[in-house]
Design a binder for this molecule. Structure first.
Ligand SMILES: Cc1cc2nc3c(=O)[nH]c(=O)nc-3n(C[C@H](O)[C@H](O)[C@H](O)COP(=O)(O)O)c2cc1C
Length: 385
C-alpha cells in the first residue's frame, strides 16, 4: 500500500481528472519580460513541474489587463494578444508531459509596487496600505502608494477583464482557472474591513463585502462554462500576516456559501500559517470551506511534510493539497514523496534577494547537493560538538 494513500489517490476538480491530490501552489517568480511576456526559461520551469509527479500545475499570479492589475515588476500578464500568445509554449509544454495546467488570474488593487502600464493604483477605497513593499519582488522597501477609489464603471471593467483573461487562458488550452481572491489583493481588499470603507452595497455586512468576489466569479464562470473555475481565499495578507475575519465562523459560513452559489467548482484556501484550527472551533479555514460550501477544497500551508498533508485530507480539512515552498524548493516533490525519496528542502536563499528563477537556479548551482552550503557547515559544526 502507498505510504500516503489519500494524497496519491485520484481526484476531480469540476470536469478535470487529477491523478493525485498534490497541486503546485501558485508561485510568483517575477521572471517575465518587462512588458509581461512569458520567456523560454519560464516554459522550462513549468515543464519541470509537469514532470514532477503532481496532480496539477497551477501557474503563478497572472495580471489580467494593461491597466491597474499588474502589481510586480517582471510579472507575466494575459491582458493582450501578445501576452496571451506567449503563454502557449507553457501550456503546450505542461501538456506534453501529461499534466493538466490551471492559470491563476490576478489584480493587485492597492498592492502595486511595479506596473508597466499606468501610474497610481485603484482600490475599493482610499486607505493607507499596511506593511512595506515586498523585497523579494523587487519592492523598494518603502510604503505602498495610497490608491484612489475605483469607480463603478471601472469595477464593471475589471470584472470583464477577469472574464476576458479566463477566456484567453481557455483558448490556449489551460484546463482550468483560479481567481486570486486572497492575500490582500483587489478582491480581498473588498472583503477586508480596514481596506473597504465604502458606504454602498459593497460594504456594511460580510455578504456585501464578498459581493465583488461573487461578481468576478460569475463573470469568469460565464466566460469559460466548460472549464473548472475556482477562487483562492485567505484571511492573512502579504502585507498583513495577522488579519482574521472579524465575524469568525459566521463570516466563514457566509463567505463560502456566497461563493458556492456563483456556480464555481472549487475553493482554494491560502494559509501560510498552516492548516490549523481557526475561530476556536475544531476546523481549519479549509475544513470550514468544505463544510459550508459543499465544494471540493484545496488546503494549503506547511503541507510539505506529507504526513501532515495526508492527515489534513483524511481529517476532512481539504480534498487536495497545494504545496508552495516545498514545490519551489523541489519541482519533483510529488514524485519523490510518492517513491519514498527525500525532496530538496526549502531554503530562504532560494528566494533571497529575489524570488526569481535566475536566483533559484543560481542557488541550485551553488548548492548542487540541494543543501545550503552555509547550513551544511552549521550542521557539521553542530554534530561535531
Ligand atoms: C515566492 C512565493 C511566491 C508566491 N506567489 C503566489 C502567487 O502568485 N499567488 C498566490 O496565490 N500565492 C502565492 N504564494 C503563496 C503560496 O502559494 C502558498 O500559499 C504559501 O507559500 C503557503 O504555502 P506553503 O506553506 O506550502 O509554502 C507565494 C509564496 C511564495 C513563497
Amino acid at each position: 500500500m502507498a505510504r500516503y494513500p489519500t494524497l496519491f489517490s485520484p481526484g476531480r476538480l469540476g470536469r478535470q481528472a487529477l491523478r493525485n491530490r498534490a497541486i503546485v501552489s501558485p508561485l510568483t517568480r517575477a521572471s517575465a519580460t518587462e512588458d509581461g511576456l512569458v520567456t523560454d526559461q519560464m516554459r522550462d520551469y513549468y515543464a519541470d513541474y509537469a514532470r514532477g509527479g503532481w496532480g496539477l500545475v497551477m501557474t503563478e499570479a497572472v495580471y489580467i489587463d494593461l491597466k491597474y492589475s499588474q502589481g510586480y515588476k517582471y510579472q507575466p500578464g494575459i491582458g493582450s494578444d501578445r501576452q496571451q500568445e506567449s503563454w502557449r509554449k507553457v501550456v503546450d509544454a505542461i501538456h506534453a508531459e501529461g499534466s493538466p495546467a490551471f492559470m491563476q488570474i490576478f489584480h493587485c488593487g492597492a498592492i502595486n509596487q511595479g506596473n508597466n502600464w499606468v501610474e497610481g493604483s485603484i482600490a475599493p477605497s482610499v486607505f493607507t496600505p499596511r506593511g512595506k513593499q515586498i523585497d523579494r519582488y523587487r519592492g523598494s522597501g518603502t510604503l505602498f502608494q495610497t490608491p484612489r477609489e475605483i469607480t463603478r464603471d471601472e469595477m464593471a471593467e475589471v470584472v470583464a477583464s477577469y472574464a476576458d483573461a479566463a477566456r484567453r487562458a481557455a483558448e490556449l488550452g489551460f484546463d482550468g482557472i483560479e481567481v486570486h481572491g486572497a492575500n490582500g489583493y483587489l478582491p480581498d481588499q473588498f472583503l477586508t474591513v480596514h481596506t473597504n470603507l465604502r458606504t454602498d452595497e459593497y460594504n456594511g455586512t460580510v455578504k456585501n463585502r464578498i459581493r465583488f468576489h461573487c461578481e468576478v466569479m460569475r463573470g469568469v464562470r460565464a466566460a469559460v462554462p466548460d472549464r473548472p473555475v475556482g477562487v483562492r481565499i485567505s484571511q492573512t495578507k502579504v502585507n498583513d500576516f495577522d488579519y482574521v475575519w472579524p465575524g469568525g465562523e459566521a463570516d466563514a459560513g457566509a463567505i463560502f456559501l456566497a461563493l458556492a452559489k456563483t456556480g464555481i467548482d472549487f475553493i482554494d484556501i491560502s494559509a501560510h500559517l498552516g492548516v490549523t484550527p481557526v475561530f476556536g472551533c475544531a476546523d481549519s479555514l479549509s475544513g470550514l470551506a468544505k463544510k459550508h460550501s459543499g465544494l471540493p477544497v484545496i488546503a494549503n500551508g506547511k503541507l510539505q511534510d506529507p504526513a501532515v498533508a495526508e492527515a489534513a485530507l483524511t481529517g476532512g480539512q481539504g480534498d487536495f493539497c497545494c504545496i508552495g515552498k516545498g514545490a519551489l524548493a523541489d519541482p519533483h516533490w510529488a514524485a519523490k514523496i510518492e517513491r519514498g525519496a527525500a525532496p530538496i528542502a526549502f531554503d530562504p536563499g532560494m528566494i533571497t534577494p529575489y524570488a526569481t528563477l535566475d536566483n533559484y537556479y543560481g542557488w541550485r548551482k551553488a548548492n548542487p547537493s540541494g543543501v545550503s552550503a552555509v547550513k551544511a557547515v552549521a550542521r557539521d559544526r553542530a554534530e561535531a560538538v
